[in-house]
Design a protein around this ligand. Structure first.
Ligand SMILES: N[C@@H](CCC(=O)N[C@@H](CS)C(=O)NCC(=O)O)C(=O)O
Length: 197
């Protein structure tokens, strides 16, 4: 049995993505959550960012690289489609979703800080744009159960870990915006069912 230790805050979508991949692959692991700022650099000396992982003594950091390592070591269940074109689209969507959600999240937080400094109500000026990104996701899904495939992939885990795991992290209306899009709601339930098995 392999020894796997995952280091990262469970509240972070990047950590949740890795947790969901470990669960999909049915791999037992120990989770160590940071208790102080020093833990970040201690557990991830290359960047100071978490998650990081130890798999039988092999260290990796960055959630995408960690998923690569897991697929290399534990090919079942695969985290990308066998078809190279679908696999490329899934990897691109993983990157796109994380870049986009991070952007909206940072802007949302900045809006809160500005509002406090100026003593004005927060302006969520990117709210409509964010809703358009959700529509993009619905389009990417098309009629399929998972992104670009009939089987789940890292793209599904990446999107799920933001929309489900941190519902209000990219703004106050995320839960409502997702609920208004049944395709995303059903996709989330499908991914959750796989992970909770
Ligand atoms: N691209 C990285 C991003 C990791 C990341 O941004 N981690 C955040 C947690 S949300 C972090 O460690 N922040 C600590 C810091 O910025 O000092 C990944 O996919 O793992």
């Amino acid at each position: 049995m392999s020894e796997i230790v995952l280091f990262g805050p469970l509240t972070a979508p990047f950590t949740r993505k890795v947790v969901s991949a470990l669960k999909l692959k049915k791999l037992p692991f120990e989770l160590k959550e940071p208790q102080s700022p020093e833990d970040y650099l201690r557990w991830s000396p290359e960047t100071g960012l978490l998650p990081a992982i130890e798999v039988d003594g092999t260290h990796a950091h960055d959630s995408a690289r960690i998923l690569d390592l897991l697929d290399e070591r534990f090919p079942e269940v695969p985290l990308v489609a066998q078809d190279p074109k679908a696999a490329q689209s899934q990897r691109r969507l993983e990157q796109w979703a994380e870049a986009a959600f991070t952007f909206y999240w940072i802007n949302y937080l900045r809006g809160l800080v500005d509002a406090e400094e100026n003593e004005t109500p927060p302006r969520h000026h990117l709210r409509e744009e964010f809703a358009q990104r959700l529509d993009d996701l619905v389009n990417f899904l098309g009629g399929r159960p998972y992104f670009y495939s009939d089987e789940p992939s890292r793209a599904d885990l990446a999107v799920w870990s933001w929309l489900e795991g941190v519902r209000d992290a990219v703004g106050p209306d995320v839960a409502e915006a997702v609920e208004a899009r049944p395709a995303l709601l059903e996709h989330g339930a499908r991914v959750r069912a796989l992970i909770d098995r």
